[in-house]
Write a protein that binds this ligand. Structure first.
Ligand SMILES: [Zn+2]
Length: 239
């Protein structure tokens, strides 16, 4: 099979471009992407922290990132539902991280952990750059589905470029069986509604379906009551 030699590339593209390409060759392709997903309360942040601590004890240089949208716990810590914390960068997006962290410091990093990854719109782009071009090990933890069990953010988009993926389960709050889904306990319909056990609960398939029907019916009743109240206000105003 024919191979493309650097001398051929030099003639074709010029020395500057080829110099850039070959200077990165040591790192290029040496990274990896690992995805930890599952419903809320399934231990994703705990699992991510465990992986990160293991990398640190292996002597690797680590940075932890999370979305600045999630301020439920300390803004610059990843905190699990059990209250265990770890310092991190809270960012609105991922692609600006190398500049914000400093390019020299970024180049020395071995491992990047990303918590609550469903909130980052540029997750796929960042994972490609960090693992493919920059040789980083990227460990992504996030919700695979929202409260309606639709794909959440870009977490599932990363699967085709991942080396490994783990789907964790929680315990159903109703029956104690394995929980795969997150049920929202309120009638709020925004996709991104940040909350803890006051808003969400993990449930098995059976209790997702039965409770979801109850929630949908309650919302219909409330909507109907709101509409009737608004109509009676209008009628009162006309009188
Ligand atoms: Zn159940």
């Amino acid at each position: 099979m024919a191979t493309l030699k650097s001398s051929t590339l030099l003639k074709t593209f010029g020395s500057d471009i080829v110099g850039d390409v070959f200077s990165d060759q040591g790192r290029r392709g040496s990274g990896s992407v690992h995805v930890i997903m599952g419903p809320m309360f399934s231990g994703k942040s705990t699992s991510l922290l465990r992986r990160i601590k293991s990398e640190i004890s292996d002597g690797r240089s680590v940075a932890m990132l999370k979305s600045s949208k999630d301020t439920r716990y300390a803004k610059d810590s990843v905190v699990t539902h059990d209250g265990i914390g770890f310092p991190c960068w809270a960012l609105p997006d991922l692609m600006s991280f190398p500049d914000k962290f400093g390019l020299d410091a970024y180049n020395k990093l071995d491992v990047i952990g990303i918590d609550e990854a469903q909130f980052f719109g540029d997750l796929y782009e960042f994972c490609c750059k960090a693992a493919d071009d920059d040789g980083k090990t990227v460990i992504v933890a996030g919700l695979d589905g929202d409260y309606l069990r639709r794909s959440f953010g870009a977490v599932l988009d990363v699967i085709p470029i991942a080396d490994s993926m783990t789907k964790l389960t929680a315990r159903c709050e109703v029956c104690g069986q394995k929980a795969f889904f997150t049920l929202r306990k309120t009638c709020d319909t925004r996709t991104e509604l940040i909350g803890g056990a006051d808003v969400y609960m993990p449930v098995c398939r059976k209790h997702y379906i039965t409770n979801h029907i109850v929630m949908k019916t309650s919302k219909k009743v409330l909507d109907h009551a709101d509409k009737a109240r608004a109509e009676s206000c209008v009628a009162a105003a006309i009188i």
